[in-house]
Design a protein around this ligand. Sequence first.
Ligand code: SF4
Ligand code: SF4
Length: 264
Amino acid sequence: MMTTKLIKDFLDELFAIDERNRLAAHNGMVIYQKPLVAIAAADDPLFESYRDPGIIGPDYIPPREWLPGASSVVSYFMPFSKPVRESNHEPGFPSGEWLSSRIDGEVFNDVVRAALADFLKSLGGEALAPVLDSRFKNFGVYSNWSERHAAYAAGLGTFGLNKSFITAAGCAGRFGSAITSLELTPSPRPYADHTSNCPWLTIGACGACIERCPSGAITEAGKDKSICRHYLDDVIKPRFNPLHGCGKCQTSVPCEDGIPLADR
Ligand code: SF4
Ligand code: SF4
């Protein structure tokens, strides 16, 4: 447990002092607030189950194939800062701050991935971040490693109607992970299944992301990824090139910065 606290303290400091966690084009606006960090056991059967075609598919690579001898997966969620989130509350086109955060924020995410792996090595373990590994492949709609499925195994949250991943700090943000041979204590998974944090999927309440979506990609039945993708490629990208993104379904909704109805 102590090592997990060391990891959290290390990342908190990195987020506080690294200039790459700021938007140069927007007066140095902070991109991410402090991250959530959780641990999954590398041999958790969930990882093997992700090879099921109904979940991710046979191309998925579980932790011990990325790193033989792996014991733990460190997963983190980086919530967008309040100014970044609020900049995207207006309906319609995405804010400049949101678009920049999607690009600069993912650059910083790679910084975090590499720094986390180095820190785990400094603690005496082997470590790697799958997304930075030469074997990592993105097939378009899925990859051979999923940050959000790692987060689910680590107890960080569950999926929503909008196909975002809802954590205790909401869904507006980005995820990352590193695999290590260090034996860390797995975090609790405080939910019944992969839908528990979305009231629409559990009790038929909310549905706010349906109204927020400018492309009609989200309906009561779920999110049509191809409609969303066409909107991003055909409407957003030509207008804001090279920036692209939208995120209306992650902002000004009850799951933006927390778990809806969590205190009921
Ligand atoms: S806005 Fe409501 S229905 Fe949509 S994902 Fe968030 S909690 Fe679920
Ligand atoms: S990103 Fe935008 S277009 Fe895509 S589902 Fe969310 S709100 Fe709709």
